[in-house]
Design a protein around this ligand. Structure first.
Ligand code: GLC
Length: 741
């Protein structure tokens, strides 16, 4: 996929692709050019006459939300056979974490820290989507997300630019393959460009104010990685970025995306985000909105019609010139040629494997299994030993809900395919264990305690209790932000009641975001966080509960103790008065009338401290891993050189398991302050009990680069720390120095 800007017209090396674009462009009328820049919703079960007519007239370049292959083929037929130039359509759909086979939500997939598995999941999704005629997905969403109040954190890959970059690229590669013109490949669309994850207060669509070097050091790197990996398209964000909404932001779309990065693909607006520029107040009307967006470099308008309605008059009035329109259209045509749509516009279902086939379900199960993060396991309560169980209470609103376990953004997910935790546990235990199942709450938001006595009795009658809690899928995703991220409804009360029975209580949480869990942790023997695990969530959870596999998931996002700590993330700055482990004086322990400056003069909340409940990169295993003998291949590395950081990892426990080994670095002094830690590498090791293995990470000094005050990507000489461990809180540290010569 060559999404780089085309060879210039005077360059004899201009590719046939660009010649085809130039030749076609030269034959297009203005109506047809503006038509390519227009995407319309085509979700109806039939093709409305006006849509049929508009496609025939060359006024539509793309449709979205049609997944009936016969209707898609008819739409393509009209475009190819009835319009004057026969330009095929891009057919877009939000294929966010699967199609019919639903994978874990992207935040859950991020917890696998497994690019190969994430790539494989995107491939499964692409095959299922492409079989319906979809040839473009509005995914992956790669907004760095550090605020769990934000509902869209569910569709993100977490808080870290490096992990988001690695997994975002894996998804792009899974969707697009090596050659977009091959059957079963679909164009990807990384979104939302840019900075949407910084929506103030985690309230969706809210303002973002991001200093340029924070934008360049945190929010842009995943988009740069995707562009370098050949992503076909980007989607502009709804959000207001420093006073200029992304959809009208020339700094983002022109200076960064095209001039600095050389991006030659195209940008689509978000749903009516061009029309919303007037709502933002950056334009006075739709005509001005169209002017702002097209000048910013938004090639295609989704849903609203400001381009169709006003570009011609903007040209007539000389406010824009035809060269700009030609540039926008060329980006769209180039992709259509690249995808082979002119040669193969139609879809033959028989060319594709059946959706939700065994291979697809196996991938979904593996992804769900590796996404599960074990947060607590007191006295090795887990894994449960089937042979020592006589009866088991299965309690809670998320134990047996085929729809809710799928999560947000599952337009084409099929709940009938879901295998729920209750079903999987029954299958795993057979008749050997008596299952006492009580839903106890109609929904996760229920406030009724009517069924709590029944739940208590089920626990009393059982050897152990597994309570399935969390959020219904509608409680996360777009426009679904929460100011309070506790378990909704009376779930905490249910846990308390179950705890009072004295039976071992294991919680399995299915949710679309980190939750504040401090109010249930002490009432649990063990806790698994399974995100919204998708179609195969049940068998994956059962595999972990009964020890078929050890949990290996690691948190891609920080879990706060309380919502007031947000934003709280591991790659924070040190401040001038950092808290230390022994500097925390809890609000309840402050002496009455303590003198104002006598204690705690550090950056910390008196009622929460400055540490999270669970840190980024954290996750327990059924075994234990020790880390030792960290070293660097050289104490001093010259600018432009490379060094290796290595350590020895040992499985000191009794079962074989995977460990996600992580490398963090710190640049102690910079011309802007630098985070106290930054993830710079990770790898998955499988170790047998007692097995030790060296693990090493290669670092180039360019890996240490950042944007400083001059907004140049630079590595500075100086002292660095490096850590290797099983979470961002690891203490095993080495030091090295970058020297300038
Ligand atoms: C939505 C979302 C975007 C999605 C688009 C099409 O509003 O912001 O992520 O791809 O519309 O459904």
């Amino acid at each position: 996929m060559s999404n780089q800007l085309p060879a210039s017209n005077d360059n004899p090396a201009m590719t046939s692709l660009d010649e085809r674009v130039t030749e076609l462009l030269g034959r297009m009328t203005l109506v047809e050019k503006i038509g390519q820049m227009s995407q319309v919703n085509a979700a109806d079960d039939t093709i409305p006459d006006n849509l049929r007519e508009d496609i025939k007239a060359g006024k539509i370049g793309s449709v979205l939300n049609q997944v009936n292959v016969d209707i898609v083929n008819e739409l393509q037929r009209i475009a190819v056979q009835e319009s004057r130039l026969g330009i095929p359509l891009l057919v877009g759909r939000d294929v966010i974490h699967g199609f019919n086979t639903v994978l874990p939500i992207p935040l859950g997939q991020a917890a696998t820290w497994n690019p190969e598995l994430v790539r494989k999941g995107a491939r499964v999704a692409a095959l299922e989507a492409a079989s319906t005629g979809v040839n473009w997905t509005f995914a992956p969403m790669i907004d760095v997300s550090r605020d769990p109040r934000w509902g869209r954190i569910a569709e993100s890959l977490g808080e870290d630019p490096y992990l988001t970059s690695m997994l975002g690229v894996a998804m792009v590669e899974g969707f697009q393959g090596a050659d977009l013109s091959q059957p079963g490949m679909i164009a990807a669309c990384v979104k939302h460009f840019a900075g949407y994850g910084a929506s103030e207060s985690g309230r969706d669509y809210n303002t973002t104010n991001i200093p340029e070097n924070e934008l360049r050091n945190v929010y842009l790197p995943p988009f740069k990685a995707a562009v370098d990996a050949g992503v076909a398209t980007l989607m502009a964000s709804f959000s207001d970025l420093d006073g200029v909404p992304a959809t009208a932001n020339r700094f983002l779309m022109r200076q960064v995306l095209r001039e600095e990065w050389g991006f030659g693909g195209f940008v689509v607006s978000d749903w009516s985000s061009i029309e919303q520029l007037t709502v933002h107040g950056i334009s006075a009307n739709n005509r001005d909105a169209a002017f702002e967006a097209v000048n910013a470099g938004v090639n295609m308008e989704m849903a609203s019609t400001t381009y169709a309605d006003h570009l011609a008059e903007l040209l007539d009035d000389g406010q824009i010139d035809i060269g700009l329109v030609n540039e926008m259209v060329a980006g769209i045509l180039r992709l259509k040629f690249e995808m082979g749509l002119f040669e193969n516009p139609y879809t033959d279902l028989s060319d594709f494997p059946a959706t939700a086939n065994d291979d697809h379900l196996a991938t979904a199960r593996q992804a769900a299994k590796q996404s599960i993060v074990m947060l607590e396991n007191r006295n090795d309560t887990l894994p449960l030993k089937k042979e020592s169980l006589g009866s088991l209470a299965i309690i809670g609103p998320m134990a047996d809900d085929p729809y809710e376990q799928l999560g947000t953004w599952i337009f084409d997910g099929n709940p009938a395919l879901s295998q729920t935790p209750l079903q999987a546990i029954r299958e795993a235990l057979g008749d050997s264990v008596k299952i006492n199942h009580v839903r106890a709450m109609e929904t996760t938001r229920s406030r009724s305690t009517d069924a709590f006595d029944e739940a208590r009795q089920a626990a009393e009658d059982s050897d152990a209790v597994i309570v399935f809690l969390g959020e219904e899928s509608i409680l996360s995703g777009e426009a679904h932000s929460r100011a309070n991220i506790d378990l909704p409804g009376n779930q905490a009360e249910l846990v308390r009641i179950l705890h009072e029975t004295g039976k071992p209580v294991i919680a399995v949480i299915l949710a679309g975001r980190p939750l504040t869990l401090a109010n249930i942790v002490d009432n649990l023997h063990a806790m698994l966080f399974a995100w919204h695990p998708g179609t195969m969530g049940g068998p994956a959870i059962a595999d972990i509960l009964f020890g078929a596999e050890s949990p290996s998931g690691k948190l891609p996002v920080t879990f706060p103790r309380m919502v007031g700590q947000i934003p709280i993330y591991y790659a924070h700055k040190n401040t001038g008065k950092p808290a230390t482990a022994d500097s925390f004086l809890h609000i309840d322990d402050i002496p009455v009338r303590m003198f104002q400056t006598s204690a705690g003069m550090v950056s910390s909340h008196m009622d929460a401290g400055n540490t999270p409940l669970y840190p980024f990169g954290y996750g327990l295993s059924y075994t234990q891993f020790s880390y030792a003998d960290i070293s660097v291949s050289k104490k001093e590395v010259s600018m432009g050189g490379r060094l290796t950081v290595q350590a020895v990892v040992t499985n000191t426990g009794k079962v074989a398991a995977d460990e996600i080994v992580q490398l963090y670095i710190r640049d102690l002094v910079g011309n802007v302050t630098r985070p106290v830690r930054e993830l710079k590498g990770f790898t998955r090791l499988h170790l047998q009990p007692g097995e030790s293995r060296p693990v090493s990470f290669e670092l180039d000094t360019s890996d240490l680069a950042f944007y400083g005050r001059q907004m140049q990507l630079i590595t500075e000489p100086g002292e660095f720390h490096a850590w290797i461990g099983g979470s961002s809180a690891t203490v095993l540290r080495a030091e090295f120095t970058v020297i300038s010569e």
